[in-house]
Design a protein around this ligand. Structure first.
Ligand code: NDP
Length: 288
């Protein structure tokens, strides 16, 4: 292996520590801690694990965590009523509805109901539109974390060729928008892309968000490329990324491992977004 490892776990710990350092000044100015509400519907085991660790890290950062666990039979009306209640609650700065929701619920309608000023996941079309038009808003946590790792490693991204694999609303599309805003030349690829290796051969930056274990091969990469692997795939009980790590690590300049790369950045960015939401809602300045 010649590639440098990008240690997302360590970077995320540093980011969470910086958030925690900024909480006391907010509390002194407002008389309360920033609050994050997380809503979990049903018993999906992976979602339950995420929600538990989000709650734990929210508390560790000195913020208030409000967990709402609803049964899998919860109706659309009940869920919408809870979102309305959280929108109106002054102690709640951020609202996160854990996806995926059980099949009988309309996720899009639920996400649309969240107050965009409390949309710390950045999934509301209002915030997606603000990102697309270059206005400040909330950026989805996973691509925001990827961008932080890239800037930490590469500094100014201006002019670099970036290929994003995957065009989901939660990772691929906002990732492409963020890299465009940083003046990269961005190619957004997906399942209908013809000849993906052709594009990867020129990419200084590769962000893989495909959902297929070991999909990206080392021989497709430009030597020295920086590779960010968003994928979380369970194979025979182990976690695997979307990039064939061994093959890619012998060609890339730097690469994120799975686990320990992008994954820890997502919750750290959620805490950061909640801190920002709290300051904006209270009109308190936040030292960057
Ligand atoms: P989606 O399933 O929503 O999107 C996958 C994307 O990959 C689609 O745009 C799809 O194209 C594209 N794709 C599928 N097959 C190919 C192919 N053969 N060639 C090129 N593109 C292809 O997934 P998500 O974006 O939600 O997640 C992607 C991965 O990231 C998953 O492994 C997920 O678990 C992980 N993830 C990790 C997070 C973290 O915190 N680290 C957070 C969120 C996700 P098309 O649009 O044409 O169907």
């Amino acid at each position: 292996m010649s590639a440098e490892l990008i240690d997302g776990k360590a970077f995320a710990a540093g980011l969470r520590a910086r958030v925690a350092q900024q909480v006391p000044a907010f509390a002194a100015a407002t008389g309360r801690a920033p609050g994050l509400a997380v809503v979990l519907v049903g018993e999906d085991p992976a979602s339950a694990v995420y929600v538990r660790s989000k709650g734990k890290m929210t508390c560790e950062a000195g913020m208030e965590s409000f967990e709402h666990r609803l049964s899998a039979e919860t109706s659309q009306e009940e869920l919408i009523a809870l979102v309305d209640q959280l929108n109106a609650d002054p102690a709640v700065d951020g609202i996160l509805v854990q996806l995926p929701l059980p099949g009988h619920l309309d996720s899009e309608a639920v996400l649309l109901r969240i107050d965009p000023d409390k949309d710390v996941d950045g999934f509301h079309p209002f915030n997606a539109g603000r990102l697309a038009t270059g206005l400040p808003g909330f950026v989805p946590c996973t691509p925001l974390g990827c961008l932080m790792l890239l800037e930490d490693r590469l500094g100014d991204l201006t002019g670099l060729d970036a290929v994003v694999i995957g065009r989901s609303n939660i990772v691929g599309k906002p990732m492409a928008a963020l890299l465009t805003a940083k003046s990269c030349t961005v190619t957004l690829t997906h399942s209908r892309t013809r000849n993906l290796p052709h594009y990867l051969a020129h990419a200084d930056i590769v962000v893989a968000a495909v959902g297929r274990a070991d999909f990206v091969k080392g021989e497709w990469l430009k030597p020295g490329a920086t590779v960010i692997d968003v994928g979380i795939n369970r194979v025979d009980g182990a976690l695997r990324g979307d990039v064939d790590f061994a093959g890619a690590a012998s060609v890339a300049g730097a690469i994120t491992p799975v686990p320990g790369g992008v994954g820890p950045m997502t919750i750290a960015c959620l805490l950061r977004n909640t801190l920002v939401a709290a300051h904006r809602r209270e009109g308190v300045a936040l030292d960057e």
